[in-house]
Design a protein around this ligand. Structure first.
Ligand code: F3S
Length: 293
């Protein structure tokens, strides 16, 4: 059984950067380090950080003096205000690509556009972008209908960084058919679109796909959906313990990919377990392509 690992599986730039910032902050034991929500959508990594002293909190009211980590998903202006009022030192790990989405939302509102955000309303990133414009934007997810209140003459569109490009293109085409001016920014991050494209290509070549990553990680879920859409049996797992031997019966080729918040050691453990179930040494999807070209 051949194991093919997607080229860009695992940590993205924004997650690596956030982890490094937190690890650095934790080295200085002079003040507590708080994180508003789990740093990344990966329970094992979060647990390890907590063991090293990170305190995950769900609101910042009445904190003692210390440092507050803003996650790569970013937050709205309210958290910065509240943190300043409490004299908390900010460790701002907002991914620069997410900051860009927030700034574009503000720009579009200032320019008089009706803003539409393509993304999940409950996701922290989208909540932060919405708050940046005082809630003055519509959020549309997947194939949801356009706002009932109607589309104005000038529409500005941005996307949550981890959404899929095909869905975004669908929404933009629908908008173009309905109004005169549509200003679109492609804010889907390159790491995300590459990973999704690779998942789509790899899943078409293999008999089964394994997607490694946190169950509440939006970008991991998207990889699973993309793989499933190609008709290949796809299983999303958080750890190697969840792999079931029967998934691999009669399988010749296994594709493996992982979300942006999945550390290399979790991917390695999954690959090792598949090897124990009869898999050969894993090869990168890159080397497969090179062989074919
Ligand atoms: Fe940033 Fe893209 Fe990762 S937006 S956090 S580099 S998935």
């Amino acid at each position: 059984m051949e194991i093919i690992l997607a080229k860009s599986a695992g940590f993205c730039f924004g997650v690596k950067r956030a982890l490094e910032m937190v690890q650095k902050a934790l080295q200085d034991r002079s003040a507590p380090v708080f994180c508003l929500g789990p740093l990344i959508h990966n329970p094992a990594v979060v647990e390890e950080l907590e063991q090293n002293g990170l305190q995950v909190i769900d609101n910042i009211r009445n904190l003692p003096a210390g440092r507050l980590v803003i996650r790569s998903h970013g937050v709205g202006p309210g958290v910065y205000r509240e943190a300043a009022a409490q004299n908390l030192e900010i460790v701002d790990a907002t991914c620069p690509f997410v900051k860009n989405v927030q700034q574009l939302a503000v720009f579009l509102v200032d320019q008089g556009y009706q803003v539409i955000i393509f993304g999940e309303k409950e996701h922290a990133e989208v909540a932060g972008v919405l708050e940046s414009v005082g809630g003055n934007a519509f959020v549309i997810h997947g194939q949801e209908a356009l706002p009932e209140s109607g589309i104005g003459p000038k529409v500005g569109v941005i996307s949550q960084t981890t959404q899929d490009i095909a869905g975004y293109q669908r929404l933009v085409s629908e908008l173009i058919a309905q109004t005169k001016e549509v200003r679109v920014f492609n804010t889907i991050c390159l790491a995300t679109s590459q990973r999704q494209q690779e998942a789509a290509e790899l899943s078409k070549k293999v008999d089964i796909m394994i997607v490694v990553g946190g169950r509440n990680s939006a970008n991991t879920k998207r990889l699973t959906e993309i793989s499933q859409a190609s008709g290949t049996p796809t299983h999303q797992v958080e750890s190697s313990n969840e792999l079931k031997p029967e998934w691999f019966e009669g399988v010749q080729q296994v594709g493996v990919t992982a979300g942006a918040s999945t550390p290399d050691h979790q991917i390695d453990e999954v690959i090792q377990k598949i090897r124990n179930l009869g898999g050969k040494q894993a090869v990168s999807a890159e080397s497969i392509e090179t062989k074919e070209n």
